[in-house]
Design a protein. Structure first.
Length: 244
């Protein structure tokens, strides 16, 4: 009899545990469904604004973000889009916003735009650097091609600096005929005046940024030039403008 009673008690405990777990499972499932739906709407809205050539992804990164939407609070979100065209330049865009609300406000955030070196080369050639092609290696921006009065093959290492609405590419060293020379030292070398002039700093305007978005830095990678932006708190930026 005692074994039977003990067995029934254990069965009831297991049933109670299972019943107790059901609401938690339903909450998790509901949260995932709402979260997935919200992510889809955000991605669709971003795609409509950015009109990229590639895919758009949106992720809610705050725990229980799906259920938070019922209170008008989405939390933190991350959005990425490939092949965004702005100001005659194609780029991959990534944005992270904090404390986003369903009303469209946020506590600010950060963003990046990765510009391929073919795009950088095109912009440099528009400024007169016809013989140089941009590239990246181990975090350094490299310009390679022919330069100078004799059209000698050169490899130029350059630094990138920014202001709120422009980036400047400043050549620092040039390798020619197996020798590396600092660009400022070219002034003391006979016949190098034209090469020195060709390696003057070049400034590229970053125009059409949405309200509240500011260029903060830029750095070279193996795959492209990455521009970093800060996003002010307030209404989430529209995509009416663009970068680079």
């Amino acid at each position: 009899m005692s074994d039977h009673v003990t067995g029934n008690r254990r069965s009831r405990i297991r049933i109670l545990v299972a019943i107790t777990a059901i609401p938690a499972a339903l909450v998790c499932a509901a949260d995932l469904l709402v979260e997935h739906s919200t992510e889809g709407r955000i991605a669709a809205r971003a795609a409509g604004r950015l009109k990229p050539d590639g895919p758009v992804h949106a992720d809610l990164t705050t725990p229980l973000a799906g259920l938070r939407t019922f209170a008008g609070d989405i939390g933190d979100i991350a959005v990425s889009a490939e092949g965004v065209r702005r100001q005659h330049t194609v780029m991959d865009v990534s944005v992270r916003l904090r404390d986003v609300t369903t009303g469209g406000d946020s506590a600010g955030g950060t963003g990046t735009a990765t510009v391929g070196y073919d795009q950088v080369t095109r912009r440099l050639r528009a400024l007169g650097d016809d013989g140089l092609t941009a590239g990246g290696q181990a975090g350094a921006l490299l310009l390679s091609g022919s330069a100078g009065r004799l059209g000698l093959p050169v490899v130029v290492r350059a630094e990138v600096s920014t202001t709120a609405d422009a980036l400047t590419i400043t050549p620092t060293t040039v390798s020619v005929l197996g020798r590396r020379v600092a660009v400022p030292d070219l002034a003391a070398r006979p016949g190098a005046s034209r090469l020195r002039d060709e390696l003057a700093p070049r400034t590229l305007a970053v125009t059409g940024l949405p309200r509240g978005v500011t260029l903060t830095s830029a750095h070279a990678t193996d795959h492209g030039l990455v521009l970093a932006f800060s996003i002010a708190a307030g209404p989430t930026p529209t995509a009416a403008g663009g970068a680079v």
